[in-house]
Write a protein that binds this ligand. Structure first.
Ligand SMILES: [Zn+2]
Length: 221
């Protein structure tokens, strides 16, 4: 692993998918974090055009940066569909910087959107393992499980049944003890007001993440 001077606001560390780059100091939104660098490959030269690896970063139609060199610390930054940084590509200067698009706290993993081409080639086939995608998957699983065991009301049907049952119980009680009529009325009122907690229509899933992925910068495979 490359040695990172302690003045830098990041370190290489373990992440869920291997290694990743983590903030060691607060990084303000808009800050250039690190340069993505490596040999420039000219697509007009057959031997350079033939180079293939996961770290190729296209500058434009002609030029590509081969970021697979060890010293390129930016290559440790993982992809996220909801990133806290972005790749700022300067084709004319033939440079790429990774820039914070949010305030990043120490300990947070730094990530950026690798773009559609990379996503299709490498991430989609195995399933994206970025945090938002993992969370989405976990929530889906939990929801399915909850619905299966009947913990979660579907269109509020379950709580309604409960209310009905409560009302029936009350009726029985009422028949047994007519003297307590007044108290029952109050209790029934309470039972009726217990409405299902989750209103349908609130659980529409956001499509922002997918849209972002599609509009991401190109990191050619
Ligand atoms: Zn993802």
């Amino acid at each position: 692993m490359p040695v990172i001077p302690p003045t830098k606001p990041y370190r290489i560390g373990r992440s869920k998918t291997g290694l990743g780059l983590f903030a060691t100091k607060p990084i303000k939104k808009g800050t250039k974090i690190v340069r993505y660098f490596g040999p420039l490959l000219d697509s007009k030269k057959a031997e350079e055009d033939a180079i293939e690896n996961k770290y190729l970063f296209e500058l434009d139609k002609r030029w590509t940066i081969d970021g697979s060199v060890r010293e390129n610390v930016a290559r440790y930054i993982n992809h996220s569909c909801k990133p806290n940084a972005e790749s700022d590509v300067k084709p004319r200067k033939k440079k790429i910087f990774i820039r914070a698009i949010k305030d990043i706290e120490p300990g947070e993993e730094i990530n950026y959107d690798y773009g559609t081409d990379y996503f299709k080639a490498y991430l989609k086939p195995i399933g994206c393992r970025c945090e938002p995608c993992e969370k989405k998957r976990a929530k889906k699983k939990a929801d399915a499980r909850a619905e299966r065991v009947g913990l979660k009301p579907k269109d509020g049907r379950k709580p309604k049944r409960k209310t009905e049952k409560l009302a029936k119980d009350k009726a029985k009680q009422r028949a047994k003890a007519k003297a307590k009529m007044e108290g029952e009325a109050t209790a029934r009122g309470k039972a009726k007001s217990r409405r299902p907690a989750s209103a349908a229509g609130k659980r529409v899933k956001s499509k922002t993440a997918a849209a972002k992925t599609l509009s991401g910068g190109a990191r050619a495979a």
